[in-house]
Design a protein around this ligand. Sequence first.
Ligand code: PLP
Length: 438
Amino acid sequence: MLNLEKSNDLRNYASDFSPNGVPTGKPSPFYVQGGKGARIQDIDGNTYLEYWCGAGPVILGHANSAVNAAVIKAIEAGNVQFSIPSSLEVELMAKLVKHIPCAEKGILSTAGTDALAFAARIARTYTGRPRLAKFEGGYQGWSDELSVSNAPDLSKAGNKEQPNTVADSAGANIDKNSQTLVLPYNDLATTEKILTKEKDAIACVIVEPMIHGNNLMPKEGFLEGLRELCSNLGILLVFDEIVTGFRHGLQGGQGAVNVIPDMGVFGKAMANGFIIAAVCGKNDVLSVVSPEGDVKTAATFAGNALSCSAALATIQVLETPGFYEHLFKLGNTLRDEVNKTAQQLGVKARCDGYGSVWCMYFSDQTPHDYRDIANYRANGGTEKDQAYRSHMLNNGIFLRPQLVNRAYINAAHSENDIQTTVDVITAFMKENKQLINN
Ligand SMILES: Cc1ncc(COP(=O)(O)O)c(C=O)c1O
């Protein structure tokens, strides 16, 4: 059992001045101290082999020396925060345009949520239409208008073919007349029906190339069909690439699924943990942005020199020939080994995901939409997932406590780390065969 005495003491102390003692609102069994490569330490001195990677951004490993050197160089040059255009931001945007298929132009921002808010403004201005559309089960940041129906209670979610728009948070201001339209994921025919009816009001459809947050992959032809549908209806297709961008290759998730949206929103893995995001898209679409057009996108820290330096250094490493082959091989080995073992043991468990993103799912059924995930959770999935995450933590492997949630591999994970992880998952499947197969 882990000794978490200092973390528990700090939680008690911090609870006096933050909800649950967590100023960032993210519950965790421990408070972190630092990390290097694929490992992190907590304040009690426990070391974990970890697969959360800072919520996804850390693709090269914690405290990567090339990224650190670039950031330190900027600090020593006195180049930190000006909110005045710099050559670094231009160099970075040139890189994004070079690599990302949909990118002819782009703007920088600080986080996924504000980049998505900018994309929404751009889409509304470009199309002259007021509303946004997204899919049930997707997470598109925490803004009031997009943080809807990520994981709604089924008693509120309505009919599967015409999902209700359900706020993810108390206090969100949702205007009944202009609220975001929620679509059924992987159901192209129904999506077509809804969008055709509402087309004159819809500026854009926002979707991730793969919804790793709820372990959902697009069915064959779904994204291609959505692309065609949006083009036919004059609706912009926006890919939320906050997770997939730079994780699934230099071209992002759009390169992996081979579907090119009108706009793509990037962040996370672009700078290995430094704070940056970008909205990229077709030239005419991005031309509505100020000072060329009327869409204002002012963000104090957009273009921050430390973030731009980190992004340039990260992308330089990602450009190394063989980088993604190596990273994906680690992911494929983990998935293949776990799936082979599950089959040999006769356990209803699977390791899903793509490339460096993976997720254990204790069922022999492939989930196709959020309703499948909600039913899985309600029918024993929650207990199995909780038991699995506790087992991993007690064996020194940190995964985010949230259920049915993605885990990330970074380039500092070794083949040994992957084998250790397979062994720990195998032990869980052996010890819990009855619980899992129930
Ligand atoms: C797919 C997706 N979109 C948007 C966001 C929001 O990004 P941020 O937390 O940087 O605002 C996230 C965050 O996890 C995400 O996973």
